[in-house]
Each structure stands twice: as C-alpha cells, then as structure tokens.
Design a protein around this ligand. Sequence first.
Ligand code: FMN
Ligand code: SF4
Length: 515
Amino acid sequence: MSARIYISRDSGALCVGAEEVATAFRKGAEKRGLDLEIVRTGSRGLYWLEPLVEVATPQGRVGFGPVKPADVEGLLDESEKHHLCLGLVEDIPWLKNQTRLTFKNCGIIDPRSLEDYKAHGGYQGLAKALEIGPKATVEEVVTSGLRGRGGAGFPTGIKWRTVADTPPQQKYIVCNADEGDSGTFADRMIMEGDPFVLIEGMTIAGIAVGATYGYVYIRSEYPDAIEAMEIAIREARKGGMLGKKIAGSQYDFDMEVRAGAGAYVCGEETSLLESLEGKRGEVRAKPPLPAHIGLFGKPTVINNVLSLATVPIIMAKGGTFYRDFGMGKSRGTMPIQLAGNIKHGGLYETAFGITLGTLVDEIGGGTRSGRPVRAVQVGGPLGAYFPRELFDTPFDYEAFTAADGLIGHGGIVVFDDTVDMAKQARFAMEFCAIESCGKCTPCRIGSARGVELVDKIVAGEDPAENLLVLEDLCNTMKFGSLCALGGFTPYPVMSALTHFPEDFGAKRKRLEAAE
Ligand SMILES: Cc1cc2nc3c(=O)[nH]c(=O)nc-3n(C[C@H](O)[C@H](O)[C@H](O)COP(=O)(O)O)c2cc1C
Ligand code: SF4
C-alpha cells in the first residue's frame, strides 16, 4: 500500500514540532510496511493548525492539525475518522475566503523542486517577459498598479522604469528580505515555501531593467530561509534558469544570498546597500536615488520580497488582471500578517479594501487571551496604534495615511485590554534610540529625550508642559529626520497619546494645556 502526505518545513511549523511529526510518520510507516512518501512543503499560513499534515486523496488534500508526534499512530490507524481531521484543506473557510495570488503555491509545492514549481505554473511569467521584451515588461508592471510591499508603497513599475532608463552599464537587482517589522513573516514564508517565485521575480526584474546580477539580503535571524533560498538558487542554476542565457534566451542573470547585519535600520534601503558593500549600516542621504546610484555606485532596483514575488503572476496573467483587485490606488492583493494576542494568527492574502475590524474580529477571531481587543498596531514598530473606533478603516494606503497610520509591510499586532499604552509609547521611543543609525540629530538625540519625556509624564512631573514638549519633539522628528526610522517613530507615540490619553494619566491636563 502507498500513500503521500505533506508536512511543512516552514520555521513556524518547525518551532511547534513539524520535524518530530515527520519522523514519527516515517517510523510508523516503516513499522507497518507502508510505502509512505512525505513531501516537505512550506506553510499554508494557518499557524494555529501547525503542524498541519495533509494527506493526498482523490478528492484533494485532507488536513489534520495541529498534530503532535503522539497522534501519529492513531492517524495511521484511522485517518479520516480522526478527531484532528479538518476535511479538505482548500475548503477550510480561513483559506477558502482568501485571494491567493502572491502566495498561490505556498504550502502546496515542494520548495526544493524546480520541477514541482514549473508543474504549478512556475516560470510562465518569465516566458511572457521573454516574449514581450524588457520595455513592455516594465509597462506591464506599471499597469498592474503594484506598489512596494516593503513599507513605502512606491509604484514598483515606476522604480523599474527609472533604472531601465539609465544608460546600459552594470546594474543590480537587490531584494530586501530584512523583514524587521514586528508581527511580520510573509517574506520568510515565501522564501521558505516558494523560493523559486522570488528567483523568477528577480530574473524578470533583471531582464526588464538590464541588470545581470542580484542579491537577496536576508536577515540573519532567518537561517531556514537562507538555506531554502540557497538550495533553490542552486537548483535554478542547474536547471538553466539562472546563469548564462537563462531558459535558452539571450539574457544572463545570476544571484546570491547575503545574510543581514542584524539591525532594524539595515532594512532601510540605503543602509542595506551600505551593509551589502561591507560597511556599517548607515543611511545615505537621498538624492541620489538608488535607481541612479545604488549598489557599488551603479543603478539598482531595490524591492521587497513580496513586491518581486508578485511579479511572476502579474506577468503570467497580465497587469490588468492584477489591477482589477483592490480599491483606490491600492491595487491587487496584500498578504496580511495577523500576529500578537490573536486567536487565529497567520497569513491572510486578500484584495485591498477589507476593514481592519473584519481582519481582527472575524478573521483573526479576536484575542487569544479571550479578553477584549483594545488596540492594534499596524505596519511594524513605526506604525500607529488603532483603537476600536477606527476599526472601519479599510486596508488601503491612502485610508491609513488619512487615519495617521501606515500599512507598512502588512503586519497587524493585536493587544487586549491589559496593554499599557504609555509603556508602548515609551517602547517606540526606546526602540528608535536603540536602532537609530546615529546619522541625524532629531532621531539620535530626539528618541533618547522622548523616552525621558514619557517617563516624566507618567510619573506626573509637569505633565501638561511635558506633553507639549513631547508633541513638539515628535514634530521635529517627523519633519527633520533623514529617514523613516526617526520620521515615523512619532506615529506610535502620538497615536497612543491621541487615542489612549487615560494611560498617560493626562487627559484632563492635556485639555487644560490646550485651553
Ligand atoms: C527603518 C526602516 C526599516 C525598513 N525595513 C525594511 C525591511 O525590513 N524590508 C523592506 O522590504 N523594506 C524595509 N524598509 C523600506 C525600504 O527602505 C524600501 O522602501 C523598500 O525596500 C523598497 O522596496 P519596495 O518598493 O518593494 O517596498 C525599511 C525602511 C526603514 C526606514
Ligand atoms: S532618522 Fe535615525 S536611522 Fe534614519 S538616518 Fe537619521 S539617525 Fe539614522
């Protein structure tokens, strides 16, 4: 008798015992003389169900989870009648209600197999790019309306066009996989679960702008992602999809992985370039833009993992197909990451326009602690805290800006009613002080003064006056900092003050001060 099962090798699944579960299945099958094929995949992103085991059946994959090694004997005996049976994985509402474009193959394919990637539609985007040529490829990405998923939301196609328009010379594609935002893991999931889609995206970018070499700068805290990317790059090279004359075309493109230097600011694009060049990760003044003078002084496309990994489906299905999802100027889908104190945490890819409340209450199922949700921080450590009153805000770049917040890399961190928002505001300033590259005064000095001010306000030391000073300091940081680390730290601080003044013991005093 033979059977095939799928178990994730994603580091989120490994953390909760996926390796031990796979070993238990191997041993159990040996004991029974069962011919069991265990395919190691990425994660589907339903993290509360990991380790998720999927069994191939004629109807589709049937899921079981969360599985512990002790469950394996029982599963081998009674399978579909087992109490951990979730039915067909594709029919689990949490998954079924998503629109998976960037993540279409994640959790499904074997991330180490180029053949499997191709069997699931891989490299159709590259074929299209080769057919229509570099100029039309850039325009297809412009048409799609894709905006950078790293945080700033800059149109990807416009960035590519700028690099393509520079005179022919050595150019580079740099993938920003530093993923430092709190509550985010989408880049890691793609690299571990579908690395070829990133390789394909970078290859298409290279052809489009005339670059022949690429670097993936992966945070050093992601050893599994580094390994997965390195294996996939070797496989792609072996299969003729990297190196000279890729896929038999006239184009050359190759790439390598570089491990990050372990600082949040190394995710800032110019600091990342400094780090890639072997220097200390310090922010460069702009202009010049990296598109003109980037890595080693050459024109460089620098894009987030998700931006590049979305390009293959845009090319395969067309820019207008992608553009048809979303709202306003936020086109396509966003891989949203639900984290923190949340019942159903994981990766939820959906078209822009869904409200924050739907994401937190309905999809996330509220808090894991069972207590009421009090605040959510969206967009990483530089993102604003949203109170329940703003839960009707749609996931859209402009709507978040209008609410004094940001989407950033799509991370949502949930807090229940035990959170102390004054502590969170202090933490934002402290984080900035620790992570500041030190190049500009508002951030380097301002963040240290910010910590002191929050401490004084909470201690009841001239709160009205210190609140005004804190607001003034936030404005100086916002408008006077060289990069968004200092420039956006005021967002979590001011949102905590605005929406949760009671935690600063200062509501009345604030009003008094304003009078
Ligand atoms: C302090 C700081 C940290 C950042 N960290 C990241 C990061 O980890 N990953 C990322 O893609 N972009 C990060 N960014 C944004 C990058 O500077 C840049 O906008 C992005 O890599 C461009 O790619 P995109 O257009 O595809 O988003 C960060 C920015 C700042 C100011
Ligand atoms: S804002 Fe902070 S991190 Fe950015 S350049 Fe200035 S000192 Fe460096």
